[in-house]
Design a protein around this ligand. Structure first.
Ligand code: ITT
Length: 206
């Protein structure tokens, strides 16, 4: 069977962040047809009360999959900055307070990093993915990309903290690098690679 003759996996993402949906659809290509909960406004808002990326991914995937048939995948992700003791971490989306924008969160990180020398600006993005069905987690995947933070915003691609993060081995931020590069090396890409491998293995064992 050719790749294009295989029926795409119908995946519902337990996210309201459409940047994630866009990246995940791009990375999975023809393998999956991806939608997210913004197309189902009646689905509940899941409170992220977990203390790890993994715990929050599980809460979102299980919480949403109780209400819909089929495969649900949740992405919990964020930026860890060594000089800030791992912050913003699981609070990345609400670092400057509830309802604040990506730009406000990013500017707060820059402010806290003010005066910190280049060698102490190590950071990483982390992503935990939980795959669930009927309220139960079936598999977990995770990915990390190491890098460092610059002192000002550079580039307009991507979302979130992309304009201040330079991945290791590159000289430009995720905000400047092409979508193709980010989607090859990012934390989300690494986690999705594991998902793809896992899925293939399940198919082969059928
Ligand atoms: P959902 O919970 O609805 O999925 P969210 O944006 O609130 O959406 P998270 O709780 O996982 O998701 O928070 C992730 C935050 O981490 C996100 O808002 C960004 O600020 C940051 N982040 C995650 N991945 C990123 C990426 O690829 N580039 C830049 N920032 C990223």
């Amino acid at each position: 069977m050719t790749q294009s003759s295989i029926k795409p996996i119908a995946l519902l993402l337990a996210t309201r962040n459409q940047h994630k949906t866009y990246e995940i659809q791009k990375m999975l290509g023809e393998m999956a047809h991806v939608t997210d909960v913004t197309t189902f406004p009646v689905l509940p808002e899941i409170e992220e009360t977990g203390l790890t990326f993994e715990a929050n991914a599980i809460l979102k995937a299980e919480g949403i999959s109780l209400h819909v048939p089929g495969w649900v995948i949740a992405d919990d992700s964020g930026l860890e900055v060594d000089a800030l003791g791992g912050e913003p971490g699981i609070y990345s989306a609400r670092y400057a307070g509830p309802g604040r924008s990506d730009l406000e969160n990013t500017l707060l990180v820059l402010k806290k990093m003010d005066g910190i020398p280049k060698v102490q600006r190590r950071a990483r993005f982390r992503c935990a993915l939980a795959l669930a069905r009927e309220g139960k987690t079936v598999a977990l995947f995770d990915g990390t990309v190491e890098g460092s933070l610059i002192a000002e915003l550079e580039g307009e691609r991507g979302f979130g903290y992309d304009p201040i993060f330079i991945p290791q081995g590159y000289s430009e931020t995720f905000g400047q690098l092409s979508e193709e590069i980010k989607n090859r090396i990012s934390h989300r890409a690494c986690a999705l690679e594991q998902f793809k491998e896992w899925w293939k293995e399940q198919e082969n064992n059928k």
